[in-house]
Design a binder for this molecule. Sequence first.
Ligand SMILES: Cc1cc2nc3c(=O)[nH]c(=O)nc-3n(C[C@H](O)[C@H](O)[C@H](O)COP(=O)(O)O)c2cc1C
Length: 180
Amino acid sequence: MGELTVIRGAATALESVDGHDLRKTFGHFPSGVVAVCAQIGGKPHGLVVSTFVPVSLDPPLVSICVQYSSETWPRLEQASLIGLSLLGSEQEEAARNLSSRSGDRFRNVDLHTGDGNAAFIGGASAWLEASVYEQVPAGDHAVVLLRVHRLSTHPDTEPLVFHRSAFRAFGAPDSRHIAS
Ligand SMILES: Cc1cc2nc3c(=O)[nH]c(=O)nc-3n(C[C@H](O)[C@H](O)[C@H](O)COP(=O)(O)O)c2cc1C
């Protein structure tokens, strides 16, 4: 049996953990990067999330976590169908643009439309067309469960990975940091 080591000295006490510490620590968990997009009133709207999680096969459910301060989610949640694009390793610029606070989020983005209002990003490794199934309040975020209706995959496309505030590609020793 392994020895139990108390991390007393190196650990930050829970009561003093702030948002910056939490964000940094959560960032040690690598994730994919997913664009969540829909056409509303004839215009595309979207954001990117790193909180995509496959949840259930029957019914087919995935989840994302969306911060309550988001200005885009209140628009997206009105869409009958939302497009989820699992971004590929070549899509760092698209990920930056789609999460930017200023400018056209869809600049230099190859946009495709699906059924209903769903919108997808070209060059992604997979597309999921989904509708909002349930939203569960969770602190300053909502856990949004989405029911998947249609799928499309591009198995030759490597995923874009987000890890410790940097976009990375699988197996790439170098990574490009973004401002925190
Ligand atoms: C790599 C990356 C991952 C992100 N993940 C999330 C996420 O999981 N949930 C979320 O609410 N926002 C996330 N964001 C921020 C959103 O993409 C967006 O910038 C934010 O919602 C503010 O824009 P809005 O007010 O138009 O929604 C992420 C941004 C980046 C760059």
